[in-house]
Structures are given as C-alpha cells and as structure tokens.
Design a protein around this ligand. Structure first.
Ligand SMILES: C[S@@+](CC[C@H](N)C(=O)[O-])C[C@H]1O[C@@H](n2cnc3c(N)ncnc32)[C@H](O)[C@@H]1O
Length: 233
C-alpha cells in the first residue's frame, strides 16, 4: 500500500510502536497504513460523520486490519480520552477547526503524548495555540503533493521550554531547519500573503499596529523565499 506524499509525510512524524489516533480519518488510509506496515500495533480512526466512517470500514476490511483499527464516531476528541492513543493526528483540516477542537479538550497537557498536525490552511493559528499553551513544536516538514505545498508538524507538551520566539515563528515554524523546495514555496506564499495584507492595510490607513508587526516579520521570512530573476518573487 502506498500513501500520497502528503499522508506519507504525516505518517513519518508518528512514533514507531505507539497507538495512533487519526482525528477526521475519512477513508482511514493513515491508520490502515500505519498498522499494516507494522509501524503501529493498533490505531483509532475517528470522524464526525457516518459517510467517512463507512469509507473507513471498507479500507480497514480491504487491508485486513479491521481488528487493529478501531473506528469511532466523534466530534474532534470529544469521544476519546488520553488512554485511547499515544499519538494524535489532525490532518487535512483547516487550522481554525484544529484550534477549536484542541481548545475544548482538557486532557491534552500530557508530556507522554505526541500531536501531529497537517493543517490545510492557517497553520499559523495552530502554531500560535501550541506556543500559548505550553507545547513545543518538535519537527516540521513540507512536501509537494500534486504540485501543491503542504506542511506537517509534531508537538509535545513541554511547558518549561520557553525560548524567545520571534513574532515570525508562527508563520514559519521549524521549516527553516528543514528547508526544501516545498518549504521554500510555502514560506513564499506566507510572505506574499503578509506583504499584500500590510500593503492593503497601509493604503487604507487601517490597523497600524498590525502593519507594524507584519513589517517586523517580513525580513525574517525573506531569506527563505523563492526568487525568480532579478530578485522578483
Ligand atoms: C479532508 S478530510 C481529511 C481526511 C484525512 N485526515 C486526510 O488528511 O486525508 C477531513 C475529514 O475530517 C472530518 N471532520 C470534519 N470536522 C470534524 C470534526 N469536528 N471532528 C471529526 N472529524 C471531522 C470530515 O468528515 C472529513 O472526513
């Protein structure tokens, strides 16, 4: 069985030998792969809706891992507890939804757990939530899948780890340490978004404090962006 490059990147961040829970599993490709490849002995695949859970049941039956992959209807982590898994994955969802699901879960602050995120949008909101709540981003990767760049990162609860985070950190995460073409493409998109926002706010004479913060952030991202000829991005 072969995963898409995006899901393969997520699977790489899951620890070997742990029970994994995939929140918003849809077809359950990730838990089915992790169990059938032998990386994880057991998994939970949860989803909000019946339709995806039927897809998930078909996948785990097809791959012969129905006994090891428990499927569960749950809104976010609501029907799960800390005992259900060691690593919890949130892939293919928007950052706003991920933050909403994390915010209402009281048992996340457990040092033994690992959380893996692959936000489809607003990764900066997920990174900001993690830093504000005592989590540390441990690893972060980027890849292309059908010509689109995706990022994924893992985090653990480590409240004593309090370095001085620059304001740009939530926009870049740990990608500068693992720079590849996809990371550079992703950072370029972040840069363009922020620059366009600052320029538009400035033209409209709105939110001068936000403009000042963005102007502070842009030079931190600039060294990692993709440049075309003559320094144009
Ligand atoms: C785009 S799919 C992503 C599937 C898979 N995780 C992946 O990355 O390929 C998003 C899935 O999240 C599920 N979902 C949306 N909101 C959810 C919630 N509040 N709790 C659990 N699952 C949710 C949807 O039903 C859908 O199956």
């Amino acid at each position: 069985m072969k995963l898409s490059p995006r899901l393969a990147m997520v699977a790489d961040l899951v620890r070997e030998g742990v029970t994994v829970a995939d929140i918003g599993t849809d077809h359950a490709y990730l838990p089915a792969y992790l169990v059938s490849s032998g990386k994880c002995p057991a998994a939970v695949g949860s989803d909000l809706r019946d339709g995806p859970l039927m897809n998930a049941a078909a996948t785990v039956a097809l791959w012969g891992v129905a006994d090891e992959v428990r499927l569960l209807e749950s809104d976010g982590l609501d029907a799960l507890s800390a005992d259900d898994a060691d690593d919890f994955v949130f892939a293919g969802m928007g950052g706003t939804l991920i933050v909403e699901l994390l915010s209402r879960t009281p048992w996340l602050c457990d040092r033994a757990k690992r959380y893996i995120f692959q936000p489809m949008s607003h990764g900066e909101l997920v990174r900001a939530f993690l830093l504000q709540n005592g989590f540390r981003i441990l690893d972060e990767r980027a890849c292309f899948d059908e010509c689109r760049p995706y990022v994924a990162f893992s985090a653990a609860y480590e409240p004593e780890y309090r370095p001085h985070y620059r304001k740009s950190y939530i926009w870049m995460g740990e990608l500068p340490r693992h720079l590849n073409e996809a990371a550079s493409y992703y950072l370029t998109k972040q840069y363009i978004y922020l620059k366009q926002r600052a320029d538009a706010l400035e033209r409209a004479a709105l939110l001068p404090d936000e403009v000042r913060v963005i102007r502070e952030i842009l030079p931190d991202i600039e060294p990692y962006i993709r440049r075309k000829n003559k320094g144009e991005i």
